[in-house]
Write a protein that binds this ligand. Structure first.
Ligand code: ADP
Ligand code: MG
Length: 232
């Protein structure tokens, strides 16, 4: 579970400060997807970065499985991310020279040396996730051999390698057409259910919102009470 409690985040802007997130509170439970929408510049990515423990807010608490992440130093926050948080950014950022399976396996190489049995476990987990995102036929392909939608699937699978309790996804469909975008949203809904993650999903695409368990709208850093009208 994640609970953001009265989060405010400002950035320095010349002599003044911009309030990117303004007293925001939000709770997301395991097995649910909370959609976050709002105009460009309204603070959606900033809020995700706070939830991801990548930025410490000016004030407020970030409770991840009842533990306040804002009290952690950078090294501790990095450990917490490795244990509990999966992050999917807008652009896949895959490594060009690695196959889809290797993109996942390399996650567990970072920071630790592993025994042969651990390696086998990592390979098995990577294969399972590549299968779960519908790419079992494509595990040996490199990014340039995959479509945009397929690369985004690898990106999502990679974020799940650490079996996170919290999944944070920022505009995963922005580079995709409507149909491929919809199937990425389907995948995130399905994986959230299957893996019981507490998922925050930023999207500007209002079409997908009715399918989520909860939806919040951001305007000027604040959560607005009334959902925006979804065009028919
Ligand atoms: P969104 O994701 O909704 O488009 P952002 O969270 O990226 O919005 O941005 C919210 C506000 O914070 C904007 O005014 C943006 O310019 C500002 N902002 C975001 N990141 C930074 C940063 N690293 N430094 C300064 N200002 C930033
Ligand atoms: Mg953004």
């Amino acid at each position: 579970m994640i609970r953001l409690d009265n989060i405010t985040l400002t950035f320095k802007d010349g002599d003044t400060r911009i309030t990117a997130v303004d007293h925001v509170s939000l709770t997301a439970h395991p097995g649910t997807v909370t959609g976050i929408t709002g105009p460009s510049g309204s603070g959606k990515s900033s809020l995700l970065a706070v939830a991801a423990t990548l930025i410490t807010p000016d004030s407020g608490q970030v409770l991840i499985d009842d533990f306040d992440a804002t009290t952690l130093n950078p090294a501790e926050a990095s450990d917490l991310r490795r244990d509990k948080i999966g992050i999917v950014f807008q652009q896949p950022n895959l490594i060009p020279s690695l196959t889809a399976l290797e993109q996942l396996e390399v996650m567990n190489e970072l920071g630790a040396r592993h025994s042969r049995s651990k390696r086998a476990e990592v390979s098995a987990r990577a294969a399972e996730l590549i299968d779960a995102v519908g790419l079992s036929e494509h595990g040996d392909k490199r990014p340039h051999q995959l479509s945009g939608g397929q690369r985004q699937r690898v990106n999502i699978a990679r974020a799940l390698m650490n079996d996170p309790s919290l999944l944070l996804v920022d505009e995963p469909t922005s580079a995709l057409d409507q149909e491929r975008g919809a199937s990425i949203i389907d995948l995130i809904l399905h994986l959230t259910d299957e893996l019981n993650t507490s998922t925050l999903l930023v999207t500007h695409d209002l079409v997908h919102l009715p399918r989520m368990h909860a939806v919040v709208h951001m305007v000027d850093g604040r959560l607005t009470e009334q959902p925006a009208v979804v065009p028919a």
